[in-house]
Design a protein around this ligand. Structure first.
Ligand SMILES: *Cc1c(COP(=O)(O)O)cnc(C)c1O
Length: 443
């Protein structure tokens, strides 16, 4: 297993993260347990901020909180000077509970409900990223009723789609998100948006994909958005003070993954903006980006306890852990690959190839196929790396399995940031209709 951030093998032969021995973390918090290397998250945040400062341009780095949205993470994002993307009332509520500065909150989503818009207007968030004409209309109507001025970006599809290693360049993108540049929908939306008395159009937003390992896709997107900004200026005499280029910066989950340095992604974007936006307006636009996965992904490790082991001679050895698709649905959903090691025997040589199974009643609940480990025994601790993004945030209660706790670790200290769910939590919202209650039946 590749050791990210502060992860290392300590003198006891145990995996240690943030100066905390994972065997002791198990004693204190139990398993499964999400462990977040706070030092690594802060390092990533600073890499983004420093790379933008070096560009000399105005910028905002908005952490896409859907990757891992909990109050402590919002607090950390605030401390590091980040902005925050939310895509639902739940993520907005989390940010507000954390006291996140509302002027640095951006609201995304292709189907914001009236209740969500109202909540965001109440909070006076910094910007709505408007996705479609129904939203534009609704936002104007609601803002107008309150006599409130609202900043918006328009989400456009520039016709660049990134699939990690390939780019699909299409005239008209087949996507549920945003206004298409190629078919004229984006231009028409801008014409409408600038006529809305309560909406202030700051600029355009584009997000081309996720887990991207090259700069070309971002360069293409900048070029196309800039070409479109030029067209908008000549046709409508509208200029934009902001351009948002989304997220999607890749991370290393597995051997074959080859992400670039944060500074390389940022430089490609800032250089592209300097090149292609020059001369469109008096000043270059402020650049916003929205990293999610790359901010937290590599900083997360999930710790499990090994339980049952089933050996099928000549076929496969299944090693079951006390979690699985309920705390990490990505292998089942996307066939994602993860690395892992025995955290309590981190120095021992690998001796056998096993497959890691989750505990849910579902054959597809497999975390890792064909993993080399020392001879595994029931009671061993398995650490799966790179689980910081889209794990806790995508966790479910399938089989009524309780969601794990989350701890932040740094400098030898651990802090609980999300309590482990209890069985009371599991039934908290359940209601037995009175006509079915035991009393009614018995009487
Ligand atoms: C998901 C998403 C992001 C974050 O993507 P990552 O791959 O996690 O960096 C940013 N912006 C938008 C609009 C998104 O939908």
């Amino acid at each position: 297993m590749y050791l990210h951030g502060t992860s290392k093998v300590n003198e006891s032969g145990h995996l240690e993260i943030g100066g905390c021995d994972t065997v002791q973390l198990k004693e204190e918090y139990g398993t499964p347990l999400y462990i977040v290397d706070e030092t690594l998250v802060r390092k990533r945040a600073r890499e983004y901020m420093d790379a933008f400062r070096a560009s000399g341009l105005k910028f905002q780095v908005a952490y896409a909180s859907k990757a891992f949205s909990v109050t402590a993470m919002c607090a950390l994002a605030e401390q590091e000077g980040l902005s925050l993307d939310v895509v639902s009332d739940g993520e907005l509520y989390t940010a507000l509970q954390a006291g996140f500065p509302t002027e640095r909150i951006h609201f995304h989503g292709n189907n914001k409900t009236p209740n969500e818009i109202e909540m965001a207007l109440d909070a006076r968030i910094g910007c709505f990223v408007v996705d479609n004409l129904i939203e534009l209309q609704m936002l104007q109507a609601m803002a107008g009723e309150r006599n409130q001025q609202v900043n918006i970006l328009l989400r456009v599809t520039p016709g660049v789609e990134a699939h990690t290693h390939e780019y699909i360049s299409t005239g008209q993108t087949d996507s549920k998100f945003g206004f298409d540049i190629g078919n004229g929908a984006a231009l028409e939306a801008i014409e409408r948006a600038v006529k809305q008395p309560n909406l202030k159009l700051l600029g355009l937003h584009s997000h081309i994909g996720s887990q991207i390992f090259e700069v070309e896709g971002f360069q293409m997107a900048v070029e196309r958005v800039a070409a479109f900004a030029k067209e908008v200026k000549s046709k409508l005499n509208v200029v934009f003070p902001v351009v948002n280029l989304g997220g999607g910066f890749g991370i290393r989950y597995f051997e074959g993954d080859t992400p670039l340095q944060v500074s390389q992604y940022v430089k490609a974007i800032t250089d592209g903006v300097k090149l292609h936006f020059a001369g469109i307006a008096e000043e270059l636009p402020e650049i916003w980006v929205e990293p999610g996965r790359s901010m937290v992904g590599e900083a997360g490790t999930t710790l499990y306890t090994v339980g049952a082991i089933k050996n099928i001679p000549g076929v496969r050895k299944y090693v079951s852990v006390d979690g699985g698709m309920t705390d990490n649905p990505r292998p089942a959903l996307y066939d994602s690959k993860y690395e892992a090691m025995l955290a309590n025997r981190a120095n021992e040589a690998t001796e056998e190839t096993v497959s890691i199974a989750g505990k849910a009643c579902e054959s597809g609940d497999m975390l890792i196929w064909d993993l080399d480990l020392p001879q595994v025994e029931s009671g061993d601790l398995l650490a799966v790396s790179c689980t910081g993004a889209y794990n806790y945030s995508m966790a479910s209660n399938y089989n009524r399995i309780r969601r794990p706790a989350v701890v932040f670790v740094q400098n030898g200290e651990s802090d609980l940031v999300v309590r482990r769910e209890s069985n009371e939590d599991i039934v908290r919202n359940d209601i037995i209709p009175a006509r079915m209650s035991k009393q009614t039946i018995n009487s």
